[in-house]
Design a protein around this ligand. Structure first.
Ligand code: MRU
Length: 311
């Protein structure tokens, strides 16, 4: 399985290779590949790798799913490959479908953005987080393609800095105007009317509409609601987990405290300092203006599930 090594961006565009499921698991934990839809494809490809190397499929699937507990797409991709007669062909289908799905999602969501204005996004929900096009960034891309003149505020996204490293890199390639901000500036920009809409991705959407996404998303949603700025969540239907009743039932991944205590490998904190490193937070559904999926734009998850024909 060959992947863009997202740890090296934006300085180097390198491909990294996993020859065994354990190697792939290590790459997932280390965030060489990350973002919910990309994890779905990686999970499916992991099962394909296991089948091609005659590994025990159930054991490989369990190890893959355990790498990152919050993004439901990972388990979804693993299951799709497991359920197929030909896991390799199915994994490639999972990857191929992602791009087309995101284009449709982007086209649906584009109408939510202003003809001329400022959009804020958090973390990286672009091509890198998927197989192509992106979800939240896909909506922005589709809107720009449709002639909207947008400028993007890019949250740097502490502690792993997906915004400044990855979203900025993608927007640079796409020639879409953007400005990186420290996460802590977002509230002031929302208060001063300098943000017309917020668009973020999701790692899991519960049946009641609560959303798990990169830590910091909840705070943005609260401040956006306070200032009546629309707050949209863009994600494929595979991110909806109908079996999960609400946000409280979502497992929030806890990561190595070193990600908080260090910056690019250099220690920031005094010896002995402890850190809490929850990678995601939960945004209640009541703070979300619209859910954008490949099947349309929805005001609730109940409507989304009914409209998408999902169970
Ligand atoms: O820890 P990460 O980088 O995998 O977290 C990614 C996010 O939170 C994204 O917003 C989410 O997966 C949606 S990606 C289209």
């Amino acid at each position: 399985v060959r992947l863009i090594d997202q740890r090296r961006l934006p300085h180097r565009l390198e491909i990294v290779e996993a020859r065994t499921v354990d190697e792939l698991c290590e790459l997932i934990v280390a965030l060489a590949v990350r973002g919910a839809p990309a994890l779905g494809a990686a999970g499916a490809l992991g099962v394909a790798l296991a089948s091609a190397t005659d590994e025990d499929l159930a054991g490989a699937a369990a190890r893959l799913v355990a790498t990152r507990p919050t993004a439901v797409n990972l388990a979804w991709g693993v299951q799709r490959a497991l359920d197929a007669d030909d896991p390799v062909a199915e994994a490639l289908r999972v990857a191929d479908e992602d791009v087309e799905r995101n284009r449709r999602l982007g086209d649906h969501g584009a109408s939510l953005l202003p003809a001329d204005g400022n959009v804020l996004t958090h973390c990286n929900a672009g091509s890198l987080a998927c197989v192509g096009w992106g979800t939240a960034l896909g909506v922005i891309r589709s809107a720009v393609e449709a002639g909207r003149r947008l400028h993007v505020w890019v949250d740097e996204t502490r502690p792993v800095l997906q915004g400044v490293r990855l979203t900025a890199w993608e927007l640079e390639q796409l020639n879409i105007p953007y400005t990186v901000i420290p996460d802590v500036l977002a509230a002031s920009l929302l208060a001063s009317g300098e943000v017309d809409a917020v668009v973020v991705g999701a790692d899991r959407i519960a049946a009641n509409g609560d959303v798990a996404n990169k830590v910091g998303t909840y705070g943005l949603a609260v401040v956006a609601a306070r200032h009546r700025v629309p707050f949209h969540v863009a994600a494929p239907v595979s991110t909806v987990d109908p079996a999960c009743p609400d946000g409280a039932a979502i497992a929030v991944e806890r990561r190595d405290p070193a990600e908080v205590l260090e910056l690019a490998g250099a220690r920031l904190a005094p010896v002995g300092a402890r850190a809490e490193n929850r990678a995601f937070d939960i945004t209640p559904g009541e703070l979300i203006t619209r859910y954008v999926t490949e099947t349309g734009v929805w005001s609730s998850v109940a409507a989304l599930l009914a409209g998408s024909g999902s169970a």
